[in-house]
Ligand binder design. Structure first.
Ligand code: HEC
Ligand code: HEC
Ligand code: HEC
Ligand code: HEC
Ligand code: HEC
Ligand code: HEC
Ligand code: HEC
Ligand code: HEC
Length: 452
């Protein structure tokens, strides 16, 4: 009995011990799994950075920013406050701060010390130069017709300000805060990386989200995010966001392999199996859809080939070739039927002295501006990114409505000859009346359809 009891007790301890070990092992595995899925990052904090962080936390300055930094790739690699904010004596925006010489603005020049390639590509792109709009019609509208404060809190928050440093080193409040795309920095460099990689996490996953681009690429004059959201591509992205592997490094974020649904970054920036990623968003675009009349860009064939390569990560050749045919046809239709005649008429009005050289002081100038800058862009942009509602109802429909019912009547009043010239074009001959057969066909269609 006694020995049996002993054996039983031993057995109990054995089983107890075993389950304890098992429990501990499972806990460790569980912990590792959980921390993997949370991508827990251990910040490496140098003596210097410890000083910045401890004092800032004590005084409650930028605590949120510090906690955000702690979860970043930079923190893991020991790149802290000082590595980014350090400055040299004599630099225009440098100031002495608790024994350190720092600058508040961390410009592409600073990021570029460690990220040379991204910085070079970005600086050469249209994004890097987005603050250069002084000569544009939009600028007359923003700065003059509306007023400078509208431009500071509006235009320049997307395009970028020219940051001015006040005597003593503080930043001029009319020019900063600002993280517009093409911001002109006190050190002379152009752009702001935080336009897409928000501080202090500086994450590529966040930059790959369509909402990131949609912050600026939206609204009546360039509704790319709205177009994307209504496209099959957008719908698939939102339905599968958690399967997108958005945190993968650039070599392992290959369309069609590592994820299956394209975001804005996929088509305009990210790598394919045969093409490296780029920070120049213009390298895959063939038409420019922004001006009153679209043009093909320099080296457009090469650029188009690069975009087709992206499409073909997921689609077949014929699908892609035919898509481009439809897209080219839509741009050409807008250009030839509406864009070119309207532009030529406006130029002639000015030449003949029937318009003053001052922009936006005559109603037809507003009509024409909206025709190309809002409606005409929407028609072309919808066609470029698979958003048929933008191509049609927000696009060509509005173009046609205002071309025939506003622009032409206003033109006729200023110069009847010019309006008649446009109406004589074969594209506009329908205005003289459809043929008897065409009218009969339409009536028959509706009668059949709605009879039951
Ligand atoms: C002894 C305390 C202390 C230390 C050390 C310290 N800071 Fe500060 N820092 C402050 C306080 C307080 C402010 C807010 C008042 C001001 O602007 O001076 C501030 C402001 C700042 C600002 C400006 C924010 C703005 O809105 O313009 C930056 C940038 C900054 N600190 C970075 C750093 C960096 C980088 C380090 C380490 C290299 C550092 N600080 C070390 C106390 C400190
Ligand atoms: C990877 C580079 C980088 C690192 C690391 C970094 N910063 Fe910054 N910080 C920036 C950038 C970029 C800005 C935005 C300034 C601008 O461009 O307008 C900024 C802005 C700031 C500002 C002023 C803006 C605000 O929101 O008030 C403070 C304060 C600041 N940083 C403190 C810190 C502190 C403290 C640390 C360390 C925990 C730190 N930074 C680490 C890049 C960095
Ligand atoms: C002192 C060097 C240094 C500076 C300055 C620096 N970085 Fe980095 N950055 C790194 C290193 C190292 C990594 C990690 C690279 C890796 O994971 O392979 C990194 C990673 C990144 C990533 C990828 C993050 C992710 O989600 O994986 C981005 C984006 C980034 N940096 C942007 C910036 C920007 C923007 C600035 C300037 C505001 C900046 N960096 C300044 C060294 C630096
Ligand atoms: C919501 C952000 C935002 C605001 C506000 C904004 N823009 Fe833009 N702007 C953009 C984007 C995005 C583009 C590029 C659109 C495209 O390529 O389809 C652009 C394009 C332009 C262009 C054409 C550039 C070219 O190379 O053809 C000019 C000029 C311009 N904007 C000036 C202005 C002015 C002036 C204002 C203020 C009256 C303004 N913008 C307000 C985001 C903005
Ligand atoms: C238009 C938005 C945008 C701007 C502006 C931008 N980036 Fe990026 N960045 C991205 C996107 C999107 C990715 C992910 C690209 C991909 O899919 O490979 C990325 C990735 C990166 C990476 C990680 C690359 C890797 O190894 O995986 C670094 C580093 C980086 N950017 C640095 C910068 C620097 C430095 C600047 C400023 C000179 C900058 N970025 C400006 C959108 C932007
Ligand atoms: C902070 C505002 C802002 C953000 C965020 C932004 N853009 Fe832009 N983007 C602009 C402006 C402004 C322009 C027009 C620049 C010009 O021509 O002056 C532009 C132009 C472009 C162009 C036309 C380039 C060319 O060479 O014609 C493409 C493509 C583009 N952006 C894609 C993207 C993508 C993709 C993202 C996100 C990864 C993004 N943008 C994020 C403001 C922004
Ligand atoms: C499936 C691929 C794809 C996706 C996703 C995509 N685009 Fe595009 N984008 C294109 C194509 C194709 C064009 C037209 C290229 C050409 O003209 O050859 C274009 C054109 C553009 C232009 C140029 C307009 C101009 O003024 O010339 C901008 C800006 C742009 N896209 C921004 C975006 C933004 C922002 C997103 C996300 C909200 C996005 N794109 C999503 C494929 C895509
Ligand atoms: C990462 C994969 C991927 C990439 C890259 C991609 N697509 Fe798609 N695309 C899809 C998927 C998936 C669908 C949905 C297929 C379906 O059910 O019709 C789709 C749908 C489409 C549609 C159908 C739209 C509709 O309303 O029926 C067109 C057109 C299209 N893509 C063209 C393109 C073009 C052009 C490019 C390059 C500029 C491109 N795609 C890039 C995955 C991709």
């Amino acid at each position: 009995m006694e020995t049996e009891q002993k054996e039983f007790n031993l057995m109990k301890y054995f089983i107890g011990g075993l389950s304890l070990i098992l429990f501990a092992a499972l806990t460790v595995v569980g912990y590792v799994k959980a921390s993997e899925s949370r991508q827990e990052i251990r910040p490496v904090i140098s003596e210097k950075n410890k000083k910045c962080i401890e004092c800032h936390l004590r005084k409650g300055i930028a605590e949120g920013g510090i906690n955000d930094w702690k979860h970043s790739r930079h923190a893991e690699k020991g790149i802290g406050c000082f590595e980014c904010h350090q400055a040299k004596e004599g630099e225009i925006d440098a100031y002495t701060h608790e024994g350190f010489i720092i600058a508040t603005i961390v410009s592409p020049k600073d990021c570029g010390k460690c990220h040379e390639q991204e910085t070079k590509e970005f600086t050469e792109s249209h994004h890097g130069n987005a603050a250069a709009f002084i000569g544009s019609l939009d600028n007359v509208l923003g700065n003059v017709v509306e007023g400078p404060a509208a431009a500071d809190s509006g235009c320049r928050q997307c395009h970028g300000s020219e940051v001015k440093v006040l005597p003593g080193g503080k930043l001029d409040p009319t020019t900063w805060p600002n993280t517009g795309m093409g911001r002109i920095n006190p050190d002379g460099s152009k752009g702001s990386c935080t336009a897409c990689h928000f501080r202090h996490s500086f994450s590529k996953a966040q930059a790959r989200q369509p909402e990131n681009c949609g912050r600026c690429h939206m609204g009546p004059d360039h509704p790319q995010i709205e177009i994307y959201n209504e496209s099959k591509h957008g719908i698939l992205f939102y339905a599968n966001r958690d399967k997108m592997n958005l945190n993968n490094p650039k070599e392992k974020w290959i369309a069609g392999k590592d994820y299956l649904y394209p975001t804005c970054a996929t088509c305009h920036m990210s790598a394919t199996a045969t093409q490296p990623a780029t920070h120049d968003v213009g390298t895959r675009i063939s038409w420019t859809l922004r001006p009153a009349v679209s043009n093909k860009l320099e080296n457009w064939e090469e650029r188009r080939k690069a975009m087709k390569d992206v499409c073909q990560s997921c689609h077949g050749v014929e699908w892609v070739e035919n898509f481009y045919k439809q897209y080219d046809n839509a741009v050409t239709l807008y250009n030839e039927k509406f864009g070119k005649p309207a532009k030529a008429a406006m130029e002639k009005l000015l030449e003949k002295g029937k318009l003053t050289p001052t922009q936006f002081d005559e109603p037809i100038e507003w009509t024409y501006y909206e025709l190309w800058h809002h409606e005409g862009r929407r028609a072309r942009m919808g066609a470029s990114m698979m958003g048929p509602d933008f191509t049609q109802w927000h696009g060509f429909y509005e173009v046609a409505k205002h071309f025939y019912n506003k622009f032409l009547p206003e033109l006729k009043e200023l110069d009847p000859g010019l309006a008649d010239e446009i109406l004589a074009m074969p594209e506009h001959s329908w205005k003289k009346g459809l043929s008897k057969e065409e009218v009969a066909k339409t009536i028959e269609f509706y009668q059949k359809r709605y009879q039951q």
